[in-house]
Design a protein around this ligand. Structure first.
Ligand SMILES: *[C@@H]1O[C@H](CO)[C@@H](O)[C@H](O)[C@H]1NC(C)=O
Ligand SMILES: *[C@@H]1O[C@H](CO)[C@@H](O)[C@H](O)[C@H]1NC(C)=O
Length: 386
């Protein structure tokens, strides 16, 4: 019995590899991860594959053609669902040949916070008597110094909405914010077209106080990290309180390049459309691409694209807004011609809805939800300009 076993073991020995992976520690999705292994001189180059221990045994190729004598690799993990996994070292050209496989370990949620903007809308006035005078809309971004803008709104004829920035140091930022101003103006115009001016006046009669906050990932948090003696790493970012104050004025803020103006506009425009009853509150409850999106989500997308293009003075790729509306995706851009008729400062003689409507076939963009799967990894490199 013993003799037989050792003969079998001997026969197998030449095929086996001496490569032994250490069990990964502290791996998070979308984060830099480390792996160590031991080896002998004859070990071949190998690739790394993650195998989810769930019933589907989904696999993810995460690193290719590693040099065994390096003993160590550090790389960026793509978007991997949280859960239990084993890690395999496999033949570079044949995934069925497994050199080593670790016991199961946990992959945790990304270290970074989610990258979202949140918009909260409430009335300014508490009762009718304090709501006299012009309709007021205040937009605040409490993470920034001097970032509170006051606007007066009035109506001129059946569809024409005027939104005027009140430039008064004591109550309103001195610098204008073109993104916010245009978002308010065009969203209210669209609402007036679709709901009538009377209805809109009613909804706005107590004024609006709008607070917009962004997750910490949107802004450079170097100063905050330094103040707390934390190194500038993703791990440190996760230790900051949510919606950390940046300590700077908005024009000075170093964006991380993740399309924060697009995300801000999308959040503001969508929240306003819901608040003004232009689209139903559940418009964003179903995730997915253009195939399954609600009319409400599509209208929010078209309007946000429009406002973003207008504020930037050109029709860009639209990817930033699309990512803010639909999440992770494969994106096919829209033909810029769709927005051409509306790309001017004064559109008071023009109705917006015929162009912005989701039913307008000229919106030929396509979004397919992009669940990262086999062998794929996506990375967004966030650099800080300057
Ligand atoms: C990964 O290894 C590098 C050294 O190459 C080290 O600086 C870093 O802290 C390690 N990261 C983790 C998450 O262990
Ligand atoms: C890896 O797989 C290929 C294809 O099956 C095979 O030709 C090759 O010999 C394998 N390499 C090692 C080191 O076993």
């Amino acid at each position: 019995m013993f003799a037989q076993l050792s003969v079998l073991a001997l026969a197998l020995a030449p095929l086996a590899s001496a490569l032994t992976l250490q069990i990964p520690v502290d791996w998070h999705s979308s984060s830099q991860v480390n792996i160590s292994w031991s080896n002998v001189a004859s070990d071949p180059p190998f690739s790394l594959q993650l195998v989810n221990t769930n019933e589907f045994h989904d696999t993810f190729a995460i690193a290719n053609n590693l040099n065994p004598s390096a003993d160590f690799a550090s790389f960026q993990l793509g978007v991997i669902p949280e859960g239990q996994y084993t890690l395999r070292a496999i033949n570079v050209t044949n995934a069925n040949q497994i050199y080593d496989e670790t016991p199961s370990f946990t992959i945790q949620a990304p270290l970074s916070t989610s990258s979202r903007f949140y918009t909260a809308i409430q009335p300014i006035a508490s009762d009718a008597s304090s709501a006299e005078g012009p309709i007021q809309i205040r937009v605040r971004s409490p993470q920034f110094e001097d970032a509170s803008w006051l606007y007066f709104v009035d109506f001129d004829g059946p569809n024409i909405v005027r939104v005027e920035h009140v430039a008064d140091n004591a109550i309103s930022a001195t610098t204008k914010n073109k993104f916010v101003h245009l978002a308010l103006q065009r969203t209210l115009s669209l609402a007036a077209e679709l709901k009538s001016v009377g209805t809109l006046q009613n909804t706005l009669s107590y004024g609006l106080d709008i607070a917009i906050v962004g997750d910490n990932d949107f802004y450079s948090q170097r100063a905050q990290l330094a103040a707390q003696d934390l190194p500038p790493t993703l791990d440190s970012l996760s230790k900051l309180p949510p919606f950390a104050k940046t300590g700077v004025r908005l024009p000075d803020v170093h964006k991380t390049g993740l399309g924060s103006s697009a995300a801000l506009i999308t959040s503001l425009v969508s929240a306003l459309l819901v608040h003004l009853n232009v689209i139903p509150a559940d418009s964003f409850s179903v995730e997915g691409g253009t195939e399954t999106a609600s009319e409400g989500r599509k209208l929010a997308h078209n309007l946000a694209q429009y406002v973003h293009c207008l504020a930037q003075g050109k029709v860009g790729s639209g990817f930033d807004v699309s990512a803010a509306v639909f999440g992770s995706q494969l994106y096919t851009r829209f033909d810029p011609a769709v927005l051409a008729p509306l790309m001017k400062d004064d559109v008071s003689d023009q109705r917006l809805y015929p162009i912005l409507s989701p039913k307008n076939v000229a919106w030929d963009y396509r979004v397919e939800p992009h669940a990262l799967a086999r062998g794929q990894g996506a990375q967004v490199a966030a650099g800080e300009p300057g």
